[in-house]
Design a protein around this ligand. Structure first.
Ligand SMILES: *Cc1c(COP(=O)(O)O)cnc(C)c1O
Length: 395
């Protein structure tokens, strides 16, 4: 059996998205900047997609900028607010310890350029506290950026409340909503969001296309210079097929959100319930504030990487954290941020379930994980020390 349980890393392209984009890959290939009517079909599709995305998140079409993905949208939002803040003498940026690297590394870069960055604690439950945000705000704060839902542990942040706080202080508020878009309701007006990032490939559109929402009046700094596409804020011939697919996939996800959630939650809950029976295991992150599909657990005495390789040999695609940290031996910064000791964080497993998964697939995962964990423990020197009392169990 083959089970794809890594939907937080990427998703398959839906039939709806593929059908929507196909004409723009084949017959309607014009450049939307060209003046002849043939190319205007591409231009119309672009503006229709912009309208669709805007309507879904409660924005104006003029506030939607298409990018190459979530990373670019994060970069542009943060760099813009930093640079324009600096013009007014504001060089302080607030974020959290468990953001995606597209946010954290951008902030690191800005730090080198003289900005001061405060990274907020996310506590054991993986949820930022409003009072911590409030306490960190200064006269010279140029931006608060807090992710909507975490990509590794799935916890959802009090975005509306943080947005209201920022608005009351006149500070721009950005959220990386890449894990939330298409999976949870988002309304930028109701939630007091000034800037927001999305990525198509996390909700069944192709890779390489994303959205930056920037509220009217938010000054954007260009990351990519060139032509006057995207109201002069993002140069480069528009990725029309990708953009059309993104809008179609987002609409499909949002139209089916209730049904998808109702399908995913029982699968996720079964995974939590059954895998928790493994001794010395732990669920990571609060289940109270959670995206539907993400399951993150730690198993003491084993290495997440070995677990993934053995699961792969049994047909299960999973992750030990984000796809970006795979390949490095450091434990996940997200798991360290919620206070897990290094040795526990090493034994992590993320399963991310989508609406295309089935209960049979979940049963397959439940069948194979305990055996694999048991096997890895049987050959683990750390587990031996835990068992004979030379080491103390941490979970
Ligand atoms: C996947 C992801 C990104 C990066 O998006 P890309 O489109 O792959 O650049 C950013 N933030 C979060 C939370 C993500 O999950």
């Amino acid at each position: 059996m083959f089970v794809y349980a890594d939907n937080a890393a990427t998703t398959s392209v839906s039939k709806t998205a593929l059908d929507a984009m196909m004409p723009y890959l084949t017959t309607l290939y014009g450049n939307p900047s060209s003046l002849y009517s043939f190319a205007q079909k591409a231009k119309e599709a672009l503006e229709e997609a912009r309208q669709t995305v805007a309507d879904i998140i409660g924005a104006q079409p003029k506030e939607i900028y298409f990018t190459s993905g979530g990373s670019e949208a994060d970069n542009q939002a943060i760099v813009s607010m930093a640079k324009f803040g600096a013009l007014k003498g504001k060089k302080h940026l607030i974020s959290t310890k468990f953001e995606h690297h597209a946010v954290l590394h951008t902030l690191k870069q800005l730090e080198k350029q003289g900005f001061e960055v405060t990274l907020l604690d996310v506590h054991e439950d993986g949820v930022v506290r409003l009072e911590d945000v409030e306490a960190a705000i200064r006269e010279d704060t140029a931006l608060v950026t807090v992710m909507f839902a975490n990509n590794e542990i799935g916890t959802v942040q009090p975005i509306k409340e943080i947005g209201a706080l920022c608005r009351s202080k006149g500070i721009p508020f950005h959220t990386d909503a890449v894990q939330a878009a298409g999976h949870m309701p988002i309304n930028v007006q109701e939630m007091n969001i000034d800037l927001l990032s999305m990525s198509g490939h996390k909700f069944h559109a192709p890779k390489g296309v994303g959205v930056l929402y920037a509220k009217k009046g938010m000054p954007l700094f260009n990351i990519i210079e060139g032509g006057a596409q995207e109201r002069g804020k993002r140069a480069g011939t528009e990725n029309i097929p990708g953009i059309v697919a993104l809008a179609a996939a987002l609409k499909e996800s949002v139209d089916n959100m209730e049904a998808n959630t109702a399908k995913i939650i029982p699968m996720r809950d079964k995974l939590f319930a059954e895998l928790s029976k493994i001794p010395h295991s732990k669920i990571n992150g609060s289940l109270e504030h959670h995206v539907p599909g993400t399951v993150n657990m730690c198993f003491e005495g084993i290495e997440g990487e070995s677990l993934l390789l053995l699961l792969d040999s049994k047909g299960v695609c999973a992750s030990s954290g984000s796809a970006c940290t795979s390949g490095s031996l450091d434990p996940s910064h997200v798991l360290l941020a919620i206070g897990l000791p290094h040795e526990v964080a090493h034994g992590s497993l993320r399963l991310s379930i989508g609406e295309y998964n089935t209960m049979e697939e979940i049963d397959h995962i439940i069948e194979v994980v305990p055996g694999v964990v048991e096997y890895l423990r049987s050959i683990s020197p750390v587990w031996e020390e835990l068992e004979n009392g030379k080491r103390k169990h941490l979970i």
